[in-house]
Structures are given as C-alpha cells and as structure tokens.
Design a protein. Structure first.
Length: 147
C-alpha cells in the first residue's frame, strides 16, 4: 500500500465548496488546501495484492484522536474521489464517511490486484459553529489486510 500525500486545511484561505469562513450557514465544507498532485481534493491510495491465499482484502481508515476538545475527528470526512460534496447547512450523506478513532471500512474486495491500482479518496473538513480557532494536527492511518 502507498499513500501519495499528506493533506492540510487552511480556513484563512478556504477552498470550496464553502468559499468563505465562517460559512454563510453551518455546517460548512472545505477541501484540503494542500493535497495530492494527482487528486487535489485528497489523496491517492495505491494497492497491490498478489497473495494467492487471500480470499478477501480490506482497506480501512481511522484518526488518532480529536483535533481539539471542540473540533472532533468526526468533522473530517472521506469519500471516493469525485463524490458530490454536501451543501452548506446540510448534513453529510453517504458515501461521505465521518472519521473516527476506530478503524472503518473504505473498500473491500475478493480478487487479487496483480498490478498497482489506485483508490482515490477526497477529504472534506466540516465546520461547526462551536469550532475554536487554532492550528491542529491529527494522524490518519490507513490499514490494508487480507484474510
């Protein structure tokens, strides 16, 4: 497995779908300001599977904790690249997934991938009206395994 980039958000210079911070109405949604050169709204996760004994494989994700006591990891959303973002003021809907501190399933398969295959993922940061200002970091972990 290979993840091609880190991502970062800077709400002082917002990158839509919400075009200003604070947004006109909460929640607001923002793409990363810094992301993959191949997927400017997120990252490229590349997988290569050549294990003949695996009948199923799984790609999972989790965050290592909240950004702060008021800015929760669940405000970071992920979806397949190209997924339509939610509208300002509306809750996110499937396939957008709120991250958590527990591993969550992103993709699964039951066939080998004999060559590198990309699973592009878009990220959104969802703002709430009680978010505090500051610089925050979290570590996002991808897990790839087979059975």
């Amino acid at each position: 497995m290979y993840v091609d980039s880190n991502i970062s958000f800077d709400l002082r210079n917002p990158f839509g779908p919400s075009t200003s911070y604070p947004p006109r109405i909460f929640p607001g949604y923002y793409y990363p300001n810094s992301a993959s050169p191949l997927n400017p709204r997120g990252v490229v996760v590349s997988l290569y599977i050549k294990r003949p004994g695996w009948s199923n494989w799984y790609l999972m994700i989790k965050g290592n904790g909240d950004f702060s006591p008021y800015v929760k990891i669940s405000q970071l959303l992920i979806a397949p690249s190209g997924t339509q973002p939610p509208q300002e003021g509306s809750p996110p809907s499937s396939p957008w997934l709120s991250l958590s501190q527990e591993y969550q399933l992103l993709n699964l398969g039951n066939t080998p991938i004999p060559n590198w295959r990309n699973f592009n993922k878009d990220f959104l940061f969802m703002t709430d009206n009680d978010d505090e200002a500051g610089n925050f970091n979290v570590i996002i972990s991808f897990r790839f395994f087979g059975l």
